[in-house]
Design a protein. Sequence first.
Length: 201
Amino acid sequence: MDLRNIKNWKENPKYQEIKLRMQDVKVKKTFRWIFEIAVTLAFAALTAVLMFQTVTMQESAMEPTIEVGDSFFMNRVIYKFSSPKRGDIIVFRTDASDDAALHIRRGIGLPGETILIRNGKIYIDGEEYMESGNYPAVTNPGLAENGVTLNSGEYFVLGDNRNNSQDSRSANVGVIHRDELLGRAWIRIWPLDKFGVIKHE
């Protein structure tokens, strides 16, 4: 085989043109791949911002379930499409103001129900509420001593730390209205040794 012919063939303008086209195609594919990844990451970031929010627990009201300093992602959209369920760990503001502090409590009473706390036990519509969690008996029934009837869009919440919690038993908090709900606790991200999905009853 004549090496000079091979060399001349590689120097042929048509070969050079084809080579440049192939290189151009490779470059375009690379840039397209990078662009698609960038768009995907941007969409994921935007979705995370719109759907989730990081919340850090500032109160001892939910101990030991959620302790002071624990951080978690809150699902911001779940209550836009569905209603809170009994046992949900709910994030809310007490007056629906953007400047109001965030609070985290467990949903106990749902719209239309009557909540009564007597002799340390919780009653819903006259029946004792049997919780799956091991929570202390309530020593201060507060507003629920004589029963609290919930209207449409109203929820009764309690802290898991039942005797060290400002919640719906207190006039400072009272029942929570639908427009005060911000979302539901989802994934604990701090501390790392507790990382994982937060369980709801």
